[in-house]
Design a protein around this ligand. Structure first.
Ligand code: OGA
Ligand code: NI
Length: 357
């Protein structure tokens, strides 16, 4: 497995076939999404009028496209920059060193490129560095996390880097629980309902690195999909490339200074009985600039059963999805299905057809 697999020889200016996406899947509108930028300051300080406005903005964003940006989110900007630096450092290492932490099938830890170990068509133009953080993970020198960061970053700095990643995920978890409270309020559900539902869950951090691409109009950095998880908090550097499907068009979500992008995933859509849609999105690449995004996925505890609260179910709005366990949905995306914009629908069908009769 050599580096030429990732950075092919462009002497003929051709992209390897497996990175070329069908034309109809790539089309962009060159329009910007008009998503709100929501200042969370008023919610943190308990200002009732500001909280009311925040809830209104979140509700309308989640009814229409499932994505908004937040500022004054409480995550230390220096910490975000440090993670961005660590990630850039890692991706610039020689391929052989990155391959030392190559992600193994079934694992949530490690480096992979283009999902080339799982798929052979419509590959995304990117490299990925993934970690998982559990609430009660051990911090010992021999824990999976410590060993992983040691192999990824070497002896000198790995402990500080591991702590930065851990603190980043803690801060993201805190922010995601705050958003869960706001989502609960915006749906007229007890404000603690969703927050408590996610308190004991793990979270996945996926760091994406998009190298420049000679033929950016023929490929995608990340293909069209909805995140199967509940809530995503995405930091993107200044390059831009995130797009959202809204009004039948792909529209760009430009980087905003100090803001974090929040989008809903399939699991939250199921938990809201389909009232809120999970957000179809993708990432495009460009010819001259590499791009990094840090994507935090909030997941329920594996054993949790995904079912909406009673007040979101009625005779006018019957159950949209059956009960399912998060671990079964996760397993479906790891083993049987390549995540796209219809993962939840197809999982639901699969679940029904596999139910004992
Ligand atoms: C993802 C994702 C978009 C981006 O990793 O799930 O949607 O802009 N990434 O990197
Ligand atoms: Ni995504």
């Amino acid at each position: 497995m050599g580096s030429n697999l990732l950075y092919p020889n462009f002497s003929k200016n051709l992209l390897p076939e497996k990175f070329i996406w069908p034309k109809e899947k790539i089309h962009s509108s060159n329009q910007e999404l008009n998503e709100p930028i929501i200042d969370l300051e008023g919610f943190h300080s308990g200002d009732a009028a500001a909280t009311g406005r925040i809830i209104g903005l979140v509700r309308s964003a989640c009814l229409s496209h499932g994505l908004f940006q937040v500022i004054n989110h409480g995550v230390d900007l220096d910490l975000i920059n440090s993670i961005n630096d660590h990630v850039n450092y890692f991706f610039k290492l020689p391929i052989d060193e990155k391959m030392r932490v190559h992600r193994l099938p079934g694992s949530f830890w490690g480096y992979s490129f283009a999902h080339a170990d799982r798929f052979s068509l419509n590959l995304p133009w990117k490299e990925i560095f993934s970690c998982i953080f559990c609430e009660n993970a051990s911090a010992s020198d021999h824990s999976e996390g410590a060993l992983f960061f040691k192999s990824a970053f070497g002896d000198q700095e790995f402990e500080k880097i591991r702590l930065d990643f851990q603190n980043y995920c803690k801060a993201m978890k805190k922010l995601s629980l705050t958003i869960m409270e706001i989502l609960g309020l915006s749906l007229g559900v007890d404000r603690k309902f969703y927050k408590e539902f996610f308190e004991d869950g793990s979270s996945i951090l996926r760091c994406n690195f998009y190298p420049p691409c000679q033929e950016p109009k023929q490929t995608l950095g990340t293909g069209p999909h909805c995140d199967p998880t509940a809530l995503t908090i995405l930091y993107q550097d200044r390059v831009g490339g995130l797009e959202v499907f809204s009004d039948e068009k792909w529209k760009s979500v430009g980087p905003q200074p100090d803001a974090l992008v929040i989008n809903l995933g399939d699991t939250f859509s199921a938990l809201s009985n389909g009232v809120y849609k999970s957000c179809p999105h993708r990432a495009v690449v460009n010819k001259s600039m590499e791009r990094v995004s840090l994507v935090y996925f909030l997941c329920p505890n594996e054993e949790k059963v995904i079912a909406p609260p009673k007040n979101l179910v009625s005779s006018e709005r019957v159950r949209q999805y059956p009960d399912f366990k998060w671990s079964d949905f996760l397993n479906f995306t790891q083993k049987y299905y390549r995540v796209d914009v219809a993962t939840l629908q197809n999982f639901t069908k699969w679940l029904i057809s596999h139910q004992p009769t």
